[in-house]
Structure formats: C-alpha cells, structure tokens
Design a protein around this ligand. Structure first.
Ligand code: ADP
Length: 219
C-alpha cells in the first residue's frame, strides 16, 4: 500500500469510480455514504466503507477524517450537502480538499470556501469528447494554459515510416513531438532520425493553433 490516504464522501457514479481507481493505484481509501446499500456494495472493494452522513461532524471526527491526506467531496446533485461536507472537511484541516461541482455557481461557492481543487466532471468530459469527435486522431489532451496544450495523437497512415525530422512539426507548425509511444516502449525526447509508424502514439506540445494546424495537415 502507498502511504497517502484518501476519504471519498459520496459513492455515487463519480465517487465510486474515483475510489476504485485509487484502490487500483495502491492507495488506502475510506468511502463514506449515507446510503447503506451503496456502502454494502462498495465495502468489499475499499479499505473501509462506512455509512455516515457527511454533515454529521461528530461522526466524521470519530472516523479520524482529519488524519487523511486528501478528502474528495463527490456529492453532486445535492448542492447543499456538497457545500456542508466541504466546509467540514476544510475545518477539520485535511491537507487537500477536492470537490465535484455540477454548475459554475456551485463551483464558485466551493472555491470561496477554500476548496483546493474544484472539478467539473460532466463539463470537462463533454469538452474532451467534443475535441475527440472533431479530431479523429486525438486520444487525449492536457490543457497547460489557455493557449498551450499537450496532446496524444495516433500516427496516421500519412506519416507511416517517416522520421521526426521529415515530419518537421517544429519548423512547419511550431509544435514539437516530445515522445512517441511504440508497441515496444516509449521514446522520450525522440531525435530527428527516429521513425514513426502507423498506430504509434505521438505526444505533441505547443500552442493550440499550431497543434490544430498540425492535426489538420496530417489527417
Ligand atoms: P453521481 O452523479 O456521481 O452519481 P450523486 O450526487 O448522484 O453523484 O450521488 C452522490 C452520492 O452521495 C449518493 O450515493 C448519495 O447517497 C451520497 N450522499 C448524498 N448526500 C450525502 C450526505 N450528506 N452524506 C453522505 N453521503 C451523501
């Protein structure tokens, strides 16, 4: 077991998937939900699973919540409960509090309470899927800032057998291929002589416009 400990409040679709993934990654996870059925279902898969109301301060204290490294408020639909749970986690002094928001206003309220990271799973997934739909080679992307991103693209047939130097993304488009994932392993910081083949995955960093021009040119 890795030594970071997580408490997930609310084991709905988002909370349970997050909790299970953290377990898979080797972390200890306490799951809390007021619904007994949900807790029963999850109890075999989490380090601990407890039936409790996240607004019951005494109960949270008795669970030793303040000793956890990170608390995630995964209650979405019930904004009032989400906010109360976030206040309690912050007051208890958990080092990092993360909360899911279902609307911009909900997110703003959580930020004002000092929640360290507010996430908008539905909104972010909608944006991600839209990008993937209009860019068929796009597997994933990370926004570094408003203008810069890192994207993962499958190498299209048009680039099969070409070297990084021949593709010349940096001079032609202003973005850089910083890694190429091949069936045998990952080439980090590839040189201009390294070859790419269809279905390899290239990791490209750059300005969003440059990346868009590159994606369009190779499609
Ligand atoms: P999702 O959309 O991810 O399924 P929901 O908001 O529908 O999220 O579900 C959140 C979960 O949080 C539910 O399982 C619900 O029982 C639980 N929950 C809601 N309010 C509280 C609370 N005050 N204390 C503990 N668990 C709660």
């Amino acid at each position: 077991m890795k030594n970071q400990q997580f408490v997930v409040i609310g084991l709905g679709r988002f909370g349970s998937s997050l909790a299970l993934e953290l377990m898979d990654l080797g972390y200890e996870v306490l799951g809390v939900d007021r619904n007994e059925e949900v807790v029963d279902e999850m109890s075999n898969f989490l380090t601990y699973a407890v039936v409790a109301d996240a607004t019951d301060e005494d109960m949270l204290r008795s669970l030793g919540i303040r000793n956890f490294d990170c608390g995630i408020v995964a209650i979405g639909d019930d904004i009032q409960m989400s906010i109360l749970a976030a206040i309690l986690l912050k007051e208890m002094g958990i080092r990092q509090v993360v909360a899911k928001a279902i609307s911009v206003l909900h997110g703003r309220a959580l930020e004002k309470l000092g929640v360290d990271r507010v996430i908008f799973p539905e909104r972010d997934m909608g944006i991600r899927v839209a990008h993937q739909l209009v860019t068929p080679n796009l597997l994933d992307y990370i926004e570094l800032s408003k203008d810069y991103s890192i994207v993962e693209l499958t190498v299209p047939a048009a680039l099969d057998g070409k070297t990084i130097g021949e593709v010349n993304a940096r001079s032609r488009f202003g973005c850089s291929i910083v890694a190429v994932q091949k069936p045998g392993g990952c080439l980090i910081a590839p040189t201009s002589l390294d070859l790419m083949n269809t279905n390899d995955i290239m990791v490209v960093i750059g300005n969003n416009n440059s990346i868009h021009d590159f994606e369009t040119a190779i499609d």
